[in-house]
Ligand binder design. Structure first.
Ligand code: FAD
Length: 470
């Protein structure tokens, strides 16, 4: 009776596990995407991620039509929309790719129940990561909580199972597609406005992802040294495409390994592959520890007494707006607020500053990043924040506290990144720009809202509770 493929965070028409399996199961195969009301409701009307999805769907529809199928786009609560569409099309099963976010797991189980009540099935497939759930375990058969042993076990598993990188073929099976005209929705139909995607340099869809990866490959060999300097922009910017599946993780890993074999990826290739393994790692951590969504990975760290009340709220607002008086932190926040991207080094610096200089709960920062980051992904964002706050698995120890001035001197030595985002500091020399207050300050730029040395001391005291018990 055919199948319905439900696209979610996998907006591509190649190397797609659910689509592959649906096409093999038999005709006719329909395709759908639902703009999920409960997710959209909390977002600003000019949200770049919604615009990215919208543009990527137009491309996906064209691609599916070229292959003989079509795309039906709906808006509503997916818990109702998917079973209703499955009934309308009278398919036997809905096919989708797994999503390890606890809210998505709950949604999928509700959809699965509704479908089952009508005699249909929901079939889910691993697609978004190389290894999921319990595929990579310790020698004792337990989920790992430390990255390096996880990475080693991940690599071993890949050696033993190289077909984990094999693409899920689509082209040979396209006869099963149900032909038809795509039904798309305008952004306005779902209550959203256009945004500045192209102005901030984002090309959506499979074409955008492929072009970005192509452009990054010559820089792969230098990634290990370049990736830490925000002004040099030595990273791939593929996170947004990985988030929405407009690139295939298998294709990325295969390509890096091939380039490495040919001696074209250097040290940088191995480091970049490690970053992709971090992504699998945090997905696995979230799957096995869903409590991290609301609490510390290590429960003891929930005892840490964060600053609250109006004074803390004012400090938080200054952090959000980029008004802390620490140029690297402020430039990073302006980058986030104006482009929706923030360089990884700066995510670590700004997160550390919020928790360890301002004494504010990492969950507030996590929520702010979730709102602002184009590449927002619960697993990696939560993992990154809990790393910075020391409450996470394999986290920064609590007594390691980034000095925002030293970080600035090391990673933006000439102040190039700072000058780009904070024009009011353009006149300062490379020597002055990291700590303007030491040189009489700069017009239109605030004095530091905390003294780092004092804040550091307070943080060590704040975390005593962990030491006393740990
Ligand atoms: P590249 O350096 O080119 O890396 C390639 C890919 O590897 C990335 O696209 C990403 O998918 C993955 N990756 C790289 N670093 C990490 C990491 N530390 N953890 C997990 N995956 C990684 N990444 C997100 O995708 N979404 C988030 O919401 C997110 N929030 C973060 C919050 C904090 C506080 C921190 C410290 C890190 C966060 N990261 C997040 C991880 C990392 O900063 C971004 O993935 C990276 O900056 C994206 O840029 P890129 O694509 O150019 O990365």
């Amino acid at each position: 009776r055919g199948a319905l493929v439900w696209f979610r965070r996998d907006l591509r028409a190649f190397d797609h596990a659910a689509l592959h399996h649906a096409l093999l199961a038999g005709a006719p195969v329909f395709c759908t995407f639902v703009f999920d009301g409960p997710i959209l409701d909390g977002l600003p009307r000019d949200d770049r991620r919604v615009a990215f999805i919208h543009a990527s769907l137009a491309e996906l529809a064209t691609e599916l039509e070229a292959l003989g199928g079509h795309l039906i786009v709906r808006h509503g609560d997916a818990r109702r929309e998917i079973p209703a569409l499955a009934a309308e099309l009278d398919v036997a099963a809905v096919y989708a790719n797994e999503d390890y976010d606890p809210a998505a797991i709950a949604r999928d189980s509700a959809v699965g129940e509704s479908l089952a009540a009508a005699g249909r099935t929901l079939a889910l497939f691993k697609d978004h990561v190389i290894f999921a759930r319990s595929e990579v375990l310790s020698q004792a058969g337990k989920p790992l909580g430390v990255f390096t042993p996880y990475k080693n076990a991940w690599k071993k598993r890949l050696e033993a199972q190289p077909d984990a990188l094999a693409p899920w073929s689509i082209e040979p099976h396209t006869a099963a597609f149900a032909p038809g005209r795509s039904q798309l929705l305008a952004l306005q139909d779902i209550g959203f406005d256009g945004t500045d995607l192209s102005a901030v340099g984002i090309a959506p869809g499979m074409a955008g992802g492929a072009a970005l990866f192509e452009a990054f490959q010559p820089h792969l060999a230098g990634y290990g040294t370049e990736r830490d300097y925000p002004a040099r922009d030595g990273t791939s910017h593929l996170s947004l495409h990985l988030r929405f599946g407009t690139v295939s993780i298998r294709h990325l890993v295969r390509t890096v390994l091939q380039l490495s074999e040919r001696g074209q990826a250097g040290e940088g290739g191995a480091t970049w592959l490690s970053e992709l393994v971090w992504r699998d790692f945090y997905q696995m951590i979230l799957f096995h520890n869903p409590h991290v969504v609301h609490a510390s990975f290590k429960p003891l760290y929930d005892k840490v007494d964060w600053e609250t009340g109006p004074a803390a709220d004012a400090l938080f607002a200054a952090w959000c707006d980029g008004r802390t008086g620490y140029p690297l932190v402020d430039a990073a926040m302006v980058q986030l607020n104006t482009t929706g991207f923030m360089h990884n080094r700066l995510r670590m610096v700004t997160a550390s500053f919020l928790c360890k200089d301002l004494g504010i709960d990492w969950k507030r920062g996590e929520a702010y990043f979730a709102l602002k980051l184009n590449d927002y992904e619960l697993a990696s964002n939560n993992g990154g924040w809990q790393w910075a706050a020391s409450s996470g698995c394999d986290a920064q120890p609590f007594f390691r506290i980034f000095n925002p001035v030293t970080q600035s001197e090391r990673f933006d030595r000439d102040g190039e990144f700072i000058r780009h985002y904070l024009p009011q500091l353009r006149q300062l020399s490379p020597k002055e720009i990291h700590a303007p207050w030491l040189n009489g300050g700069a017009d239109g730029y605030p004095a530091p809202i905390v003294d780092h040395a004092e804040a550091r001391q307070r943080t060590l005291e704040r975390f005593e509770v962990v030491k006393a018990r740990g």
